[in-house]
Design a binder for this molecule. Structure first.
Ligand code: GDP
Ligand code: GDP
Length: 436
């Protein structure tokens, strides 16, 4: 399931301030495409247990009026094309400007829901002034201060209210595994798809993707059934060159949303890039299964421990989540392609693993007995029992007397014990601490 919020608005209204607040961190993918637009940003936000994509469609640093005009149209088009809901941001301190009115004209024609968000409403006086924005004629209007955060909770509630309900976890189990191959341009994604299609026993049938942005291909390969989600071949017409990279990242994120397991492909020669790490972090945040494919291994000069050392260094970059299969492949030499698919299938199985409560408590209570949670502010934290919740991605609830006092190092200890005892390789797990 893919759900995307686009933030659009003229420069300096506070889009990136709001964006960073939504993400609560600066782990966005930044795409600095041209001298005219400033960075476009993508990220994954989480609100009341739901995750969704956020795109900040960007601002401008300089330019004549017609550059502005062109840029505005482009921004609005990106928002209308890619988003499920558009946040149209304006600035209470500045009041309504011509650019706001131009954008409003374009956005009123959108069939997608538009939330008019009046930012910089930092105090009561601003609130009174802000009422002029009703004249723009949008049904949904929110008054926020991105700096203090006031009003942003109501806005995020309204965003999440538009998301479809989460489907039943049980449905997922009957599903055919869905894999997305994700990676930088030229890393070898299409070559891998072609190599798999070239296998004799492949039955290829295209099923229309759940969105028009992805192609789902059904495989029956090596006696295994799975669906590969492809974005590589899709190129929209009428898009100027500088936007290709931008759209390819959005496509990749949508493919990730539709997949159970992401095959994150990196180039052995180049190593893992900052953008690969952002993609990896997104997949973790979305609770997707992950396999890392190190492609073009044929080009690497190898000695006895090359793969071992490479893997060790890569895991350090991936930390704290490094319990991930890493496979050294060569698409052109057809090395370890079967192994890659097998690893993805294994991760798919691991992601569906449901540990019986009795077994879980037997193992985890013993681990807790061996190493108690540290005392915090004089509170002896006691964890009474553990249960796995019936969610898509593995989630565990630990019931205890002082849930807020179970700190990160101890959470990591518990996660490691879970991983030692039950196979969750390639799968992000979530731990919740609840009052009992
Ligand atoms: P963008 O160009 O739309 O992305 O705008 P920025 O996020 O870069 O913000 C432009 C300026 O407005 C910065 O100086 C921000 O600190 C400021 N700003 C953003 N949100 C608020 C707010 O809620 N209140 C006030 N007073 N200033 C804000
Ligand atoms: P994409 O942009 O990720 O889809 O990448 P492509 O599949 O188009 O591959 C980009 C280039 O890398 C092509 O010239 C491929 O032939 C080459 N390539 C792909 N896989 C390998 C590999 O395993 N080894 C080598 N040496 N080249 C590869």
């Amino acid at each position: 399931m893919s759900f995307t919020v686009a933030i659009t608005g003229r420069p300096n209204v506070g889009k990136s301030t709001f964006f960073n607040r939504m993400l609560e961190q600066r782990k966005a993918i930044v795409d600095d495409v041209s001298g005219v637009t400033r960075d476009r940003q993508y990220g994954v936000a989480e609100w009341i247990g739901r995750t969704f994509n956020v795109i900040d469609t960007g601002g401008f640093v300089a330019g004549s009026d017609d550059v502005f005009e062109k840029e505005i149209r482009k921004q609005v088009h990106i928002a209308i094309d890619e988003a499920n809901v558009i946040i149209f941001m304006v600035d209470a301190a500045a009041g309504i400007t011509n650019l706001d009115e131009n954008m409003a004209d374009l956005l009123r024609r959108s069939t997608k829901p538009v939330y008019l968000v009046v930012n910089k409403v930092d105090n009561h006086a601003r609130m009174l002034e802000a009422s002029e924005f009703y004249s723009l004629g949008f049904e949904h209007i929110f008054f926020v201060s991105s700096i203090s955060g006031s009003g942003t909770g109501d806005l995020l509630d309204a965003v999440v209210a538009l998301m479809p309900a989460e489907s039943d976890a049980a449905e997922d189990e009957k599903e055919i595994p869905k894999f997305a191959i994700i990676g930088q341009p030229n890393v070898g994604k299409s070559s891998l798809l072609n190599a798999l299609i070239g296998q004799e026993r492949t039955i290829v049938s295209d099923i229309a993707g759940t969105t028009r942005d992805t192609i789902h291909t059904h495989y029956n390969l090596f006696n295994k059934e799975f669906i590969l989600i492809d974005t590589a071949g899709i190129r929209r017409k009428n898009k100027v060159n500088e936007d290709l990279e931008f759209y390819s990242v959005i496509r990749a994120i949508k493919a990730m949303d539709e997949a159970n397991v992401c095959l994150i492909m990196i180039d052995a020669g180049k190593g893992i890039t900052a953008q690969d790490l952002s993609i990896f972090a997104m997949a973790v945040k979305k609770g997707k299964g992950i396999v890392v494919l190190v492609n073009k291994w044929d080009l690497v000069e190898k000695e006895t421990n090359t793969a071992r050392d490479y893997e060790k260094q890569l895991k350090q970059r991936l930390a704290p989540f490094s319990d991930v299969p890493i496979i050294f492949i060569s698409v052109t030499e057809k090395q370890r392609l079967l192994k890659s698919i097998e690893a993805a299938l294994e991760v798919f199985e691991n992601r569906q693993r449901k540990v019986p409560t009795s077994k879980l408590n037997e193992v985890m209570l013993k681990a807790i007995e061996t190493f108690h949670p540290p005392v915090v502010r004089g509170n002896a934290v006691k964890i009474k029992y553990v249960t796995q919740l019936p969610t898509h991605a593995p989630t565990f609830a630990f019931f205890c007397n002082y849930p807020d006092d179970v700190k990160l190092p101890y959470q990591n200890y518990l996660e490691n014990k879970l991983r030692e005892n039950f196979d969750f390789k390639g799968v992000p797990v979530r731990l919740f601490f609840r009052k009992k």
